[in-house]
Design a protein around this ligand. Structure first.
Ligand code: GLA
Length: 726
């Protein structure tokens, strides 16, 4: 059994890991262990130092060494003697704020719990177990139900929390984190992913300072600037060795991950909805559900940790027809035309693409309303007949006749003031009465916390998708949200709006997923501004970045790969000089970098030379040949682009018989040796044959001596090597 309970010790075992906690003699739920299996009760690690100014709960009597301020707690309350970051804090009806949580009972069930209105890891009855631990406040009638999903084969634990108010008076929730993870000993660093528009998920590994560090967003989206996934690593942890823990929040709104190193060098990690833009009035009898966190750990470095996340996201988060199957190779017209196109132009691009073997034409922004620039038209989801004279049906018919699928861009959550929708429903835009709203990319947001708006959008989108043969939707969202106010809630509940917005978004996506199971949804937010495990539940791929420069992309895709599978990463070959940076990389380099993702093109193929067109069609063929390996193989980062002057990565098939190595060396250098690249994850005993040279190596040689990269010329020169077990 994955979960066992003995003497109030809860052991959650997966194939290779153990998560353990204990309700002690005072009913305090102490965290004991998360790491490799030990076959042991780890409560001997609990220590009771005599620390000045760390008080004791009243019921501990004269035991002055018993303090909530020093014990590793499973889910920290607040205002009751633990002075570290709380997991939960609330205001009771009388205005007091203490919450002292003690064990009440537990429940064990088959299968994996789900969460009303929120995305959550799913698993079959036999694949997972659910443990619920009920904690209750010592004085009030507030309960906290901690939920644990144990996915044994996947080496994954999920966590979530439900706050229930059994009292008579309403309570105000000020902070409800989904995760609290206390790690008593060790020398830790953490990795978080920061960035900006056009430069998402830059991996940054930092020592832990005494005090609090955080990675967070208050933008109403999970954001370009920080990503809701972080790692804690032992200082000595590398890609292949050492211990690390990863946590990823399944949430697409404002979030907060905080790491605290306390006075005793103990580490606490909390993660959940950002409290700065959150408060929630929980009336008598009501429950509040926190979003889910996915956890995994590895005692063999970060590569294995990433592979576990890739697996769980592909098999237990992404859903629908395309969760596991190959995605169509697409061509998108955005960088080819921006807003300036007509049917003829789109047909020319599609026509050339179909000749080169591309599967799907995606029509991006500008096809609707009066959308000739980004100043107008959002919200008016009816066709712009100046551009598409025969409407969507005419265009799609012609594209389908070329043997191509058709996909369409939407930005359903936004509205332009210059639009019919805004003129009819200004009250649906997010803004505060009496204040001028902040504009982002000239636009406002629609109030998705209002069920009426969600219904409206659902009917509009359902009609378009129902009446037209649309096989893919790019779901965009192009600004950060502020000016939180909704007429749909009373004054004392306005703090609920940011979370209710996300619930509205999920509701809308859920209904459309259900109605159109054949449609491939690709998420997008100015590129990868909402790249998180929550969105991946509805959209199995997400446009990784608006930066299509191959050099920059190697850094962005490196950071993205720590948690998110390659199949989730929308990645396109675009024109040179690159529109974001002005840099020119070869078509070969652009192709290889885009292949480390869900592959496509974003340029006018008619502008290419005949030779380049041939190269494109060869790239499409090659990608198709490798796609199974790229999607299902084990992914390895073979270099750190921030330190090594190159980006290199590889996939090794599960049976270790096929290996695809790719990468980019950033700067050319004269009079130098060829670079050596150590592979990993191979069978050391087996022999491998390189497809291009026919040379045979042992797996052991490739993993220790490494492979010599080919002679490369020019900056940002890409390489690719394919090997099979001989
Ligand atoms: C965002 C997206 C782009 C493109 C434009 C269209 O920036 O990330 O890919 O769709 O919007 O306006």
């Amino acid at each position: 059994m994955a979960v066992s309970v003995k003497n109030n010790v809860f052991s959650l075992e997966t194939q290779n890991t153990l998560y353990q906690m204990k309700a002690d003699e005072f009913g305090v739920l102490c965290h004991l262990w998360y790491g490799a299996k030990t076959d042991c009760c780890m409560d001997y690690l609990l220590d009771y130092p005599d620390v000045g100014f760390s008080g004791s709960p009243y019921d501990a009597g004269n035991r002055r060494t018993y303090s909530l301020d020093t014990l590793p707690l499973e889910y920290a309350g607040s205002g009751a003697g633990d002075f570290r970051i709380p997991a939960v804090s609330l205001t009771h009806g009388d205005g007091s704020m203490a919450l002292d949580l003690r064990f009440q009972e537990y429940r064990l069930g088959k299968g994996k719990y789900s969460i009303p209105g929120l995305p959550a890891v799913y698993a079959g009855e036999e694949e997972a177990q659910t443990l619920e631990i009920v904690l209750k406040d010592v004085a009030s009638k507030v309960q906290v139900v901690l939920k644990y999903g144990v996915l044994e084969a996947a080496d994954v634990i999920t966590r979530s929390a439900v706050i229930i108010n059994h009292g008579k008076d309403a309570v105000i929730l000020n902070r409800v984190h989904s995760l609290c993870l206390d790690i008593p000993g060790g020398d830790w660093e953490w990795v978080h992913f920061h960035g900006r528009h056009n430069m998402e998920r830059q991996a940054e590994r930092m020592p832990l300072i005494h005090g609090i560090q955080e990675s967070a967003s208050t933008r109403g989206t999970s954001s370009h600037q920080q990503n809701p996934a972080v790692l804690l690593c032992e200082k000595t942890c590398t890609e292949q060795t050492g211990f690390c823990v990863g946590v990823a929040l399944m949430y697409s709104g404002s979030f907060q991950a905080q790491v605290e190193r306390d006075q005793l060098n103990q580490v606490r990690l909390v993660m959940g909805i950002h409290p700065a833009t959150f408060s929630w009035k929980l009336a008598s009898g009501e429950s509040f559900y926190a979003p889910e966190v996915i956890l995994s750990c590895s005692d063999r470095g970060t590569a294995l940790l990433s592979q576990r996340f890739h697996h769980v996201i592909r098999h237990h988060v992404c859903r629908g027809k395309y969760a596991l199957s190959s995605r169509p190779v697409l061509i998108n017209n955005w960088e080819a035309t921006y807003f300036h196109f007509d049917e003829q132009k789109i047909l020319e691009i599609a026509g050339q693409a179909s000749k080169l073997g591309i599967d799907m034409m995606v029509l991006d922004d500008g096809w609707f309303g009066e959308r000739d620039t980004d100043c107008s038209g959002l919200g008016d989801w009816f066709v712009n007949e100046n551009k598409l004279k025969d409407g969507l049906q005419g265009l799609i018919g012609r594209i389908n006749a070329m043997g191509m699928k058709f996909g369409l861009w939407f930005e359903p959550e936004a509205v332009s003031e210059e639009s019919r929708l805004y003129r009819e429903h200004p009250e649906w835009a997010v803004q505060i009465p009496g204040r001028k709203p902040v504009r982002g990319r000239y636009q406002l947001m629609l109030d998705l916390s209002n069920p009426q708006v969600v219904d409206y959008l659902y009917h509009v989108l359902r009609k378009i998708l129902g009446e037209n043969h649309i096989e893919y939707v790019k779901w965009d969202m192009n600004r950060s949200i502020c000016d939180w106010y909704t007429a749909a809630l009373p004054g004392d509940r306005q703090g609920e709006m940011p979370h209710r917005y996300i619930l509205g978004l999920y509701e809308l996506l859920e209904r459309l997923n259900r109605d159109f199971p054949e449609v491939l949804f690709e998420g997008c937010s100015g590129g990868g501004g909402r790249f998180d495990a929550g969105m991946l539940y509805y959209c199995p791929q997400i446009w990784c970045s608006d930066d299509t420069d191959a050099h920059e992309r190697t850094f962005i895709q490196y950071g993205t790969s720590f948690f998110y599978p390659v199949s989730a990463v929308g990645s396109h070959v675009s024109a040179v000089p690159n529109h974001q940076t002005g840099r020119s990389a070869s078509l070969k380099t652009r192709g290889i970098v885009a292949m480390a993702g869900s592959f496509g093109y974003e340029l006018d193929l008619n502008c290419l030379t005949e030779e380049e067109k041939e190269e494109v069609s060869e790239q499409v063929r090659r990608y198709r040949g490798y796609q199974e390996l790229i999607y299902n193989g084990n992914y390895y980062r073979l270099s750190n682009p921030f330190a090594d002057g190159m980006a290199a990565w590889a996939w090794v098939s599960a049976d270790r018989k096929q290996v695809l190595v790719q990468g980019v060396v950033f700067r050319a250098a004269p009079n130098t040796l060829r670079r050596r690249l150590r592979l990993t994850g191979l069978d050391g005993q087996a022999e491998y044959k390189a497809a291009d040279s026919g040379q045979i190596y042992t797996g052991a040689a490739l993993m220790t001596g490494g492979i010599l990269l080919p002679w490369l010329s020019g900056d940002d020169a890409a390489f690719e090597m394919y090997l099979t077990m001989a």
